[in-house]
Each structure stands twice: as structure tokens, then as C-alpha cells.
Design a protein around this ligand. Sequence first.
Ligand SMILES: *Cc1c(COP(=O)(O)O)cnc(C)c1O
Length: 228
Amino acid sequence: MSIGSSYLKLRGEIPDYVKMVLAAKTRSADEIKEAILAGADIIGENYVQEAERVYSELGALAEKVKWHFIGTLQKNKINKALKIFDCFETVDSTELARALNDRAGKAGKIVSVFVEINIGSEITKSGVKPEYEAVEELVKDISGLSRLRLEGLMTMGPRTGSPDDLRGYFRKTKEIFGMLKRLNLPNVDLKYISMGMSNSYKVAIEEGSNMVRLGTAVFGRRSCDLTG
Ligand SMILES: *Cc1c(COP(=O)(O)O)cnc(C)c1O
């Protein structure tokens, strides 16, 4: 199936209130263009340099969609990233939040951020440890940063054989989301729970996700996966 028809099929199946972020790492500008022309409105990228390349190749089309950063953000890339991304989904420390706030201030911008939770406590993954107190502390710090608007939580969840094994992790993320919402902090307007990928989006939506990040399901397998 073509990228455009895969996107349209998924968009038809996924409830309207759930936003679809197209995880576009390794994809060419032409592939991304096909998705945008079919209606995709949020593109997720993991690397600033790769995003810069496809963004410029897409020309005017790039400005018609939102760009979400979903990788590990290096501080020395923040200024470049601010030129492209509308939302940073992977904020996991006060230090990173302050750096973003600083640079956003200098660029005269206000940016949307999500806090990433390492819901499976995996040593190989970034994200705040999945304890309510730890997340609340970071959320309160971000609330004090005037250039940032905290709008959501993001989590990956462990890679497991069965998406059903992720149910408990997604549920816990939703629970933390509910507790944080009740704090009613300034600069914090929690709206989005970004969880669920190609293999797990159905379970994630059942457990409260309203933003899924899809790569393979739209674009097909990544060529680096074929050899791995
Ligand atoms: C690649 C990626 C996805 C999408 O993965 P698929 O399994 O291809 O759908 C989602 N989120 C993040 C952070 C990613 O890096």
C-alpha cells in the first residue's frame, strides 16, 4: 500500500480526537510529502540535522504542518531546533527545560513541551523515573519557566512482544497525568498523552492516549530494520 493510502486507512480507523504524529526518522522528504498531501498534520523527528534537511527540502509544505521533536535533545542543537519544532516531547530534566526556556526567550518564542516519563524504568531509555513525586517536581519547575507551555506527557514504554504487556504502563502514565492536571499550575495546560506506536497504538488509545506516534504503520519498515 502507498504511504498516502496507509495514512488515510489509519486516520479512518483511529478516533478523531487522537492526534497522529508521523514518526519520520530515516524517511525522505518525498515520503513525508506523500503523507502530508494525504492529510498528515504533525511530523515527528528524532534528529535535528535530519529534520533540517527534510524541512528545507519540503519548502512551503513544511510550514503547513506542526513539527514535534521526539528524540534526545542535545543542548548545543537547541537554537537550530527552535527554528523548526513547535513542540518538544522529550523534556526530562530541569536542566534541559531551563536551557530551552533560555534559548526560546532569546529567540522571542514560546514553545510547547511535554515531559517524557521512562515508564518502564529502563536504563537504556531517557525520561523521568516513573514516580509521581519525581514527575511533579519537574512539572513544577517547568511551570516557573515563562517561555515554556507544558501541554502533555510522553512515554515510549518497553519494547515487548505483545502490546498487551504495555497496558499497565500506559495506565500508570494516564494516572500520573490525572494527578498533575489537578495541580492547576500556571503555564501548565495538560492536554495530550503521547503514547502508542505502530505496534501498540490500539492498546494505548484504550488506556487513555490521545496522541499516537506512528512510523512503520504509515511508511513501511525502515530500511535499517530490514538488515537488523
Ligand atoms: C520511531 C519512533 C516511533 C514510531 O515507531 P514505529 O514503531 O515505527 O511506529 C515513535 N516514537 C518515537 C520516539 C520513535 O523514535
